[in-house]
Design a protein around this ligand. Structure first.
Ligand code: ADP
Ligand code: MG
Length: 418
């Protein structure tokens, strides 16, 4: 019996746990006690559903979010006419990132991490893109009238692939990114999807929850079914963010429902093995909270630590978020900024740059009235720039987000799984 959370729960509990009810039970004065119990239990579950529905109404009313991608929804199953199904069906959205003129694309937008970018390019991106290309060529219509030149080109590509295949190189199809918050796990995964030029499905594992009994389990199944279906049409990168929030070690959970959800997740996860053209990346800040079964599954064959940026990466980050972003500044000593920001993660540095830009632009806002009254002069427009002093001051005022993080988590976890 769940603890009282609604007035009805309290009512139900007070009836069924009261002395009178016990006495009635004992005396056999209630003709059909089990029917009464059943109907009370069913009423209680209806009340829980109604509560959930009200919560859903709230979230459904929020405005749509804006994003810089186009998306093609994959086909949803036909409507059943059951309003419950519609309210709680998790939406699967396949994103396709679109190149924008002047914005860096793929790994070009990632500061530092040179070893990781090199490793991913060589052992992951290039072989996978090659595999995707071959599959595309093989599935293209042979009757399709292409020029002789095109045909010859295709043949050579296929020959090149069969030479490559002889080396029996296995391409990883799943990875776990782990490390402290703000080190770019989510960011680099999106950039990886850009590099691969594939569809992107992202889900924060903490969003699966539902207070319907067994509904979370169904949501998990629907989600994975949707992802597999999407991967039948095109290569998909499936991103399971904050995977620890769902698949935390079952020993920590006394809740039987939770355990059922974890089992469902692991079952679906293992079944991904057979899904063609589906790359899985899971990310976590708390690898030590992961259920060992997800690591044993073999689907996350590479485990990659993303740590705080080194000095060179920090220099690049400052350059990226000030100079390359085209923000007006005096001449800046980026090397010194990198030294001063030791122990800060990428997200902190991005935040510091946003803050100094906001400070430097503040005076411009003060000039709006003057501009509207026609009194603004060209001279007043100049001199609003980011300075070395303003950045140094902001670094001093901004605590590193690693302050609250126990970095031993990562080293000791790595020792454990070796
Ligand atoms: N290597 C990087 N280069 C450029 N920006 C980065 C990099 N790593 C992180 N960032 C910035 O920091 C922000 C936070 O990173 P995020 O991927 O959300 O961290 P995590 O998922 O590890 O908590 C990103 O939105 C991105 O703008
Ligand atoms: Mg993240």
């Amino acid at each position: 019996m769940p603890s009282s959370s609604t007035p009805f729960d309290a009512f139900f509990q007070s009836i069924t746990s009261g002395r009178e009810f016990e006495n009635l039970k004992k005396s056999g004065d209630i003709a059909d006690l089990s029917t009464l119990e059943k109907s009370l239990t069913s009423m209680q579950s209806d009340v829980a559903k109604a509560n959930d529905l009200m919560k859903n109404f709230d979230t459904k009313c929020s405005p749509p979010s804006w994003s810089d991608h186009t998306s093609t929804g994959i086909q949803n199953p036909p409507k059943t006419g059951n309003p419950w199904d519609e309210e709680i069906k998790p939406a699967i959205e396949v994103q396709h990132f679109v190149k924008k003129d002047g914005s860096p694309w793929g790994f070009a937008a990632v500061a530092g991490m040179n070893d990781l970018k090199k490793e991913l390019s060589e052992s992951f991106i290039k072989p996978l893109k090659f595999k995707f290309l071959i599959e595309k060529l093989r599935s293209s219509d042979p009757e399709n009238p292409t020029s002789e030149e095109e045909k010859k080109k295709h043949e050579m590509i296929l020959k090149l692939y069969s030479e490559y295949e002889k080396f029996k190189i296995s391409i990883p199809t799943g990875m776990l990114f782990y490390g402290p918050p703000g080190t770019g796990k989510t960011f680099i995964t999106k950039k990886l999807a850009e590099e691969l030029d594939c569809g992107f499905i992202s889900k924060n594992m903490g969003e699966f929850g539902s207070s319907y009994l067994h509904q979370t389990t169904k949501n998990i199944k629907d989600f994975f079914d949707g992802a597999k279906k999407a991967a039948e049409n095109e290569p998909i990168l499936l991103f399971l963010d904050e995977v620890d929030s769902l698949v935390s070690a079952r020993t920590n959970n006394v809740d039987a429902n939770k355990s059922e959800e974890v089992s469902q997740f692991l079952q679906e996860f293992n079944e991904l093995e057979n899904a063609k053209n589906l790359i899985v990346i899971a990310a976590t800040n708390r690898p030590d909270h992961l259920d060992p079964a997800i690591l044993r599954s073999g689907r996350l064959d590479k485990k990659i630590y993303l740590g705080p940026p080194d000095e060179q990466a920090r220099e690049e980050l400052f350059k990226m978020y000030i100079e390359k972003a085209g923000r007006p500044s005096n001449k800046l000593d980026y090397r010194e900024l990198a030294k001063l920001s030791h122990g800060y993660v990428s997200a902190d540095i991005e935040g510091i740059c946003d803050e100094v830009a906001r400070d430097a632009s503040r005076d411009l806002l003060e000039l709006i009235d003057e501009a509207e009254s026609g009194k603004l002069t060209e001279k007043e427009l100049s001199g609003h720039v980011i300075t070395m002093e303003s950045i140094k001051k902001t670094i001093l005022e901004t605590p590193s987000s690693l302050k609250m993080v126990d970095m031993n988590i990562y080293t000791s976890w790595l020792e454990k799984i070796k």
